[in-house]
Ligand binder design. Structure first.
Ligand code: SER
Length: 315
């Protein structure tokens, strides 16, 4: 079957790079990106539509116009911004998803990608090698909305047969696109500041270990999950997905190996610390490995090298 994709929320950190890979795979004419605002740059042949995912009629018109076979719903408010605007975060994250699920059913669009997050875990979840199935008591509005979203995805799969696929992304690190409003953003900012200023003040404490993933792995993994035969997928809520776990102190050490004069300091009492403290330090992604062959390729050293090499020439 010829695939045609609509991506909603395409201008964010993940969408910006996932769209490039999908356009390469399916062709410009078969990947329509959309967001609440136009992108900074649109190359010739690329199709973009301005859309607010909370405007259900507009989303319907978009889907009717392009008749996609797949939807990627990436519009969301992340953890740190979510704590500033809890009701807006809940509204966008929940009603955006419900609009898309309902319209997919109404219009017979079967295949959907929707990302969840490590934020679905909470203070009583195991900290190390957090398993797929364990206590989940998220206490950020972002985590609460993602956990509720996971339950909806599984429900729509079981009850209506929608082929929804999802991963619980850890913090995503990339040199091309900046993240926005997350708790894991420090792990991207640190590279820009290391090259621009030679120093960085981390808003997370030195021993706060969090799960992270390099963008190349995140994009490849997402497409591999979407390509996997449906019968191989045993999880229809969202798959645990692991890459690298590290602390601010560990990444600072790694940067110093390449930039020996780099200086790291720590800012206390940032509200993002409490969010980070409620999340796992590392993730057990056995189901993703077994069901669809997931395998990350970048470790901390390889990622640091790649980030600095690319930023040096592109900053
Ligand atoms: N990167 C996200 C955040 O920090 C986690 O999903 O909010």
């Amino acid at each position: 079957m010829k695939e045609r994709i609509i991506m909603i929320g395409a201008n964010g950190q993940i969408g910006s790079e996932l769209a490039v890979a999908l356009r390469q795979k399916f062709g410009n004419e078969n990947v329509i990106t959309s967001d609440i605002r136009p992108p900074a740059e649109l190359k010739s042949g690329e199709i973009f539509e301005t859309i607010n995912v909370l405007d259900k009629d507009a989303v319907k018109a978009l889907l009717v116009k392009y008749k996609p076979t797949q939807i990627y719903l990436l519009a969301a408010m992340l953890s740190a911004t979510g704590e500033q605007y809890p009701m807006k975060a809940w509204d966008l994250n929940m009603n955006g998803l419900l609009n898309v699920l309902d319209l997919a059913l109404e219009l017979g669009i079967k295949k959907i990608f929707w990302p969840s997050s490590i934020a679905v875990f909470g203070p009583n979840s195991p900290k190390q090698h957090t398993e797929q199935y364990c206590v989940m008591d998220p206490n950020s509005i972002y985590g609460i909305s993602k956990l509720a979203g996971e339950r909806l995805c599984e429900y729509y799969h079981q009850k209506y047969g929608l082929d929804i696929r999802s991963v619980r992304y850890p913090g995503i690190i990339s040199w091309k696109t900046a993240p926005g409003g997350g708790t894991t953003d420090y792990a991207v900012h640190i590279f820009f500041e290391a090259l621009r200023q030679g120093k960085y003040a981390s808003f997370l404490s030195e021993n706060t270990e969090l799960p992270m993933l390099y963008m190349d792995d995140a994009v490849r993994g997402t497409i591999e999950l979407m390509d996997a035969p449906a019968e191989q997928l045993s999880i229809r809520s969202s798959y645990n997905l692991a890459g690298i776990s590290f602390t601010p102190a560990m990444i600072a050490e790694e940067i110093k190996k390449i930039l020996p004069n780099f200086e790291m300091s720590y800012v206390e009492n940032d509200p993002r610390q409490a969010i980070a403290d409620s999340w796992p330090a590392s993730i057990d992604d056995a189901y993703a490995r077994k069901d669809w062959g997931w395998q990350p390729t970048f470790d901390l050293e390889a990622m640091t090298k790649d980030m600095i090499e690319n930023l040096k020439t592109n900053i």
